[in-house]
Design a protein around this ligand. Structure first.
Ligand code: UD1
Length: 357
């Protein structure tokens, strides 16, 4: 079987690593990198650390407004699919690359497999929500990480070829955590001791593109009782400059860094006192690593982390973030809601059965 995998943004490289390895044991994979993320710190370093094969095709779509970026990727992917005639197209998550890949394939009547299907924030102002809803409705075979995700699909009338397989990021965390522990020097580089610091990230449009939200978040981080490592996404840096708010980064407890590699981030997160983030992936990683989390959004797709007491929703509100952080604890209850780290072989098997049927 010839499977075309479409990736483009940082979390997709992480998700593709375990599955790409499983696919290549028995099948041919054509790896298409849309170029949505192109900075070496957001792209190349992930390929190196995760042992991902170099992309077969690099489309170099780059940044831009949602419409123009998605359109460039759509046109590029379509051309590749027509030329390469894969049996199936595999897409991950909810980025513009996901939407472009699934749309290009669906229009050419090539079956689409969606990994991380069924997640919903029920907030249609998020670009990711549009991307994931549309992708799910164009997919032929859907891989849900949680029961809740499968229930969301049922409510939307999607029940055929839906598989509950666990979360592919869990495979990555379990495989790479011991390697990160051996190889990462991030704690000594930043002069940190385990459990004596927090990790924070901000990159969602709703937070970076809003002057008020960004100010609330940075003010909250400056109030925390421990050092806060803040690997700054280019989008957040861009908007801080635009609103001349860069002085907020000078708070004495903030340690601002460039975006970190996967192994450094995994090691940093695993040893943190707490995580504060608006990232979906990091909420999950915090849970898997048993680190409590404050989510600086109004809603989350990873409702299980909140239900089991490991994650608190605080929106982008200084007082709420501070209150949520102050009341964090590490619950004794920690069910394996994201699977057992064997999601990749399960997905492979289901794809093979689907294609044979
Ligand atoms: C994208 C995804 C988001 C995902 C995130 C992971 C969408 C709609 N959003 O957000 O779901 O959680 O990736 O990180 O697909 N930029 C650089 N260098 C790069 C790439 C981007 O400097 O290599 C800057 C550009 O100014 C760009 C901005 O970051 O305009 C935003 O990049 P974009 O690809 O639009 O989305 P992300 O915010 O990274």
């Amino acid at each position: 079987m010839k499977i075309a995998t479409v990736v483009g943004a940082r979390p997709q490289f992480v998700k593709a690593a375990p599955l790409s390895r499983a696919i290549r044991q028995h099948h041919q994979e054509l790896l298409i990198h849309t170029g949505q993320h192109y900075d070496p710190s957001l792209s190349d370093v992930f390929f190196q650390e995760l042992g991902l094969p170099a992309p077969d095709i690099e489309l170099g779509a780059g940044s831009g407004s949602h419409g123009s970026q998605t359109a460039r990727m759509l046109a590029g992917i379509e051309e590749v699919l027509i030329r390469e005639t894969p049996d199936l197209v595999l897409v991950y998550g909810d980025t513009n690359s996901t939407l472009a890949g699934s749309l290009a394939a669906a229009k050419l009547h090539i079956p689409v497999a969606h990994v991380e299907a069924g997640l919903r924030s029920f907030n249609r102002r998020m670009p990711e929500e549009t991307n994931r809803v549309l992708t799910d409705h164009m997919s032929s075979i859907l891989f849900c990480p949680t029961d809740d995700a499968a229930a969301n699909l049922r409510r939307e009338g999607i029940s055929k070829h839906v598989h509950m397989v666990g979360d592919i990021m869990c495979d990555a965390v379990l495989a790479f955590r011991p390697i990160a522990g051996k190889q990462s020097t991030i704690l000594s580089r930043l002069g940190l001791s385990p459990k004596r610091y927090n990790v924070a990230t901000v990159h969602r449009n709703e937070n970076t593109d809003s002057e008020s939200n960004l100010r609330h978040i940075l003010t909250a981080l400056a109030r925390l009782d421990r050092p806060v490592v803040l690997p700054l996404h280019p989008r957040a840096r861009f908007f801080l400059r635009k609103w001349t708010m860069e002085s907020l980064l000078e708070a004495s407890n903030l340690i601002v860094t460039e975006p970190l590699s996967y192994l450094d981030m995994l090691h940093l997160t695993g040893n943190a006192h707490a995580v504060l983030t608006d990232s979906g992936g990091l909420q999950k990683e915090a849970y898997l690593l048993r680190v409590p989390c404050v989510t600086m959004r109004r809603e989350t797709e990873w409702v299980e982390t909140v239900a089991h007491g490991w994650n608190r929703l605080a929106a982008a509100d200084t007082n709420r973030i501070w209150e949520a952080y102050s009341s964090l604890n590490t619950p004794e209850h920690h069910p394996s809601v994201f699977g057992d780290g064997r999601t990749a072989p399960r997905i492979c098997h289901a794809i093979e059965q689907y294609m044979e049927g």
